[in-house]
Design a protein around this ligand. Sequence first.
Ligand SMILES: *Cc1c(COP(=O)(O)O)cnc(C)c1O
Length: 545
Amino acid sequence: MTIAERLGRPEILALPPCDIAGAPVAGTVRLDANENPFPPLISGQGGVNRYPEPQPAVLRQRLADLYGVAASRLWVARGSDDAIDLLIRAFCTAGRDTVAIVEPTFSAYAQFARVQGARVVSARLTDDLRFDASAVLALAKAERPKILFLCTPNNPTGTPVSGDEVRAIAAALPDTLVVADEAYGEFSNEPSVAGDVGVIPNLVVLKTLSKAYGLAGARIGCAIADESVIDFIARVAPPYPLPTPSIQAALGALGPERMPLHADRIARLLADRSRLANALRAAPDVRGVREGGNFLFLDVDDPADLARRMAAAAVRVRFRPKATPGGVRVTVGTDAENRALLAVFGIGEPGRPARRADLVRDTKETRIALSIDLDRTEPRRIDTGIPFYDHMLDQVAAHGGFSLVLACEGDLAIDPHHSVEDIAIALGTALRQALGDKRGIGRFGFALPMDETRAEVLVDLSGRPFARFEGDFATAAVGGLPTEMVPHVFRSIADSLGAAIHVRVEGDNDHHKVEGCFKAFGRALRSGLALEGDSNALPSTKGML
Ligand SMILES: *Cc1c(COP(=O)(O)O)cnc(C)c1O
């Protein structure tokens, strides 16, 4: 007997699957679903006049790859909230079955259980908010719940449950679905237990794109479970649960060229989390600060007073008095949002706004994601698909003194042209965005390097595009980068950055000459981007740039 046959609701087992129109097949005449044949009257949303695939195969496979599991063990849900609801409805008979939770925790487990008419029993974290596996096991042995929810790291306390603890608990409770909710797993040092699904038949893992991947509004999450559990979930799911625009948003955001940016953002949120935690530890009315997920859990002296001050500053946080009397959950936000939070605690942060930009640029030929920070020198991770171009852009960032995470999926099989040009446009655009109002910058830059080659690059971040390239190359390409594209790169950057860029190069060796141009450009940028003494001054007698 499968785990689902043993534990699932018998009436669901007896229920035939939903009778719905088949998934779309290209080339077939679709008159089976009472859809409207005309395209919808909204731009950019082709296809929404048709019902979506019940389980979109491409997204399902993408998520399976992302989490390192077989697609047959993954159910794409309308957010992991939906997966929680589906599991409870498929496995808990109203008035008879029990759901176990470990309080304080995410409220949806108990909420959906009660909606379904299931009994809710709970263990608690220890007084100092640690996970106590023996207390959880004792509760489960006594109450024999159909489902036990373990949230790791836990919302709202940040408490981790180790993989070993999850596995040991699942092994000790063969008649309970043990659900590890890894909504914040990407922010945790604990490795996912998704790989144990199937090996441990009663283990279920929940994942979501809402937190680490920034898609809360798209409502995409998933359950990873034994195939029999997935089939069982399908029986209680509505026929077409996933909106087409959400499927497209998820596939777009999970493109391979997006992944370095996601990793960079997660790293940034974690760095900001610890910076915020350290600042708040010094605040007089804060007794304790815990870190977990993309949030902090504070214990404050006077939550009522803090609530008044938060309201006055129009900063919303979650008060969690059931967790601890002074419990407050605070999400890590943008720099400006974090500053607003700290200000409520009387902590002022010095310095000017961060000079950084995240940018995605998609065309039929290229998909580019890039992140730039003018006040940070790391990380530099560049993947254009053209190794020599990677090397050149790395030189620009290294000599320019800024961080650059850049990835591109382009039509290199046809020609490097589109990738080379579109990346240059994206880089110039991101530099311009990161420069913001340009207050405090040096504006002009120049350099005169190197070897037998002499490359001279003059840059003026004037806002007015102009490009001049003097020099020529004897060979058609260097390391896969067509030399005819080199002047074009500087023109594209000049146009999108809004800068005057003059390049002059002479020498014998084309490799040196190309490299010289990029290095000198980086050097020239460095002095142009650098902040000088007066952070408010615009380096222009016109008063604008
Ligand atoms: C936010 C959250 C979820 C919900 O995720 P969705 O995919 O947006 O529904 C699930 N579990 C926990 C613990 C959460 O904090």
